[in-house]
Ligand binder design. Structure first.
Ligand code: MN
Length: 309
């Protein structure tokens, strides 16, 4: 039986679990999840190892190629752990943080925010309750975003709406590439608003290996910014990333409100069975073409919605 083995980042495995929600099976011992699609059986282990076995394992595996961990065989930079890990001086000083929202949601855009926080604003932002948006309710996220935006904080917010997303996806862009390009331009915008001497550097909430990020940027003839750092769950360490995460999430919520309004009913977040139902409703009342304006149509939800017709 053909098979593929990837070593994937923990956050990629989390995204996969949501993505394959409808096809989950009971996992074998030590596994995080197991899913079965027409192409392959996918088994993800706590070690990050993910096994794709079946008639066409590549078809499933390649969807997640951006979330690969660097090969452990590669020599690490002179024994130093990771040259892309942010130094303490970055987190304690003025820096740019960047994060995105909407990537695991079938409906709605990807929103990306980059935010510059000065050293002397860190404490104030903490007092305003700026922290990881994953731990905040939607309402308190909106409120906190409003509070942030009353301060003098340079930021850039980019929204990749569904029509454009689907166009890029059909042109062969992975979601990882879209995210990398969005982060890159958001950071470029913020940098143009500030004096580079004010910032210790840039921190991205890591969604792929830095080398992969660099490759995506290069593929659009751009250059990765200097003093770029990557860290998973960066919003828990960096107030700038936490602020970016809140602004991106609030924008995503607003976009979802807007799309729900034109759809005539509330579009659910995520990628679960409820989402399939909502997609089926749009197909039934407006035709499949219309999904293009609301959803990331390459997600498995589209097929499931069509099967409900
Ligand atoms: Mn993130």
């Amino acid at each position: 039986m053909p098979q593929q083995v990837y070593k994937l980042l923990p956050e990629t495995i989390e995204t996969m679990k949501t993505y394959y929600m409808k096809t989950l099976q009971s996992p074998p011992q030590g596994a995080v999840f197991r899913a079965k699609t027409p192409n392959a059986v996918i088994t993800a282990y706590k070690s990050g190892k993910v096994l794709f076995q079946g008639s066409d394992p590549e078809a499933e595996a390649e969807k997640w190629a951006d979330g690969k961990q660097a090969s452990p065989k590669k020599p690490k930079n002179n024994g130093k752990n990771n040259s892309f890990a942010p130094p303490e001086t970055l987190l304690a000083g003025g820096h740019i943080g960047s994060d995105e929202a909407g990537t695991g949601d079938y409906f709605g855009p990807i929103t990306t925010a980059a935010v510059f926080v000065k050293k002397n604003q860190i404490e104030l932002l903490k007092e305003l309750g700026v922290k990881d948006s994953k731990n905040l309710s939607d309402d308190s996220i909106r409120q906190t975003a409003q509070n942030i935006l009353t301060l003098d904080i340079p930021y850039s917010l980019l929204v990749l709406r569904n029509e454009k997303y689907n166009k890029l996806q059909k042109r062969g862009w992975s979601q990882g590439k879209m995210k990398a390009i969005l982060h890159h331009y958001a950071i470029t915008n913020v940098k143009s608003k500030i004096d580079s001497s004010e910032t210790e550097g840039i921190l991205i909430d890591q969604f792929c290996e830095p080398a992969v990020y660099k490759r995506h940027i290069a593929s659009e003839n751009e250059q990765m910014h200097d003093r770029m750092f990557f860290k998973t769950k960066a919003e828990s360490y960096s107030i700038a990333v936490a602020a970016a995460s809140i602004i991106a999430r609030t924008s995503f919520l607003k976009e979802m409100d807007h799309l729900s309004k034109i759809a005539g009913f509330t579009l659910p977040k995520g990628a679960s069975g409820k989402v399939d139902q909502a997609a089926a409703r749009i197909i039934k009342t407006r035709g499949q073409e219309e999904l293009n304006n609301y959803a990331k149509t390459h997600f498995a939800n589209t097929k499931k919605a069509l099967n409900r017709q």
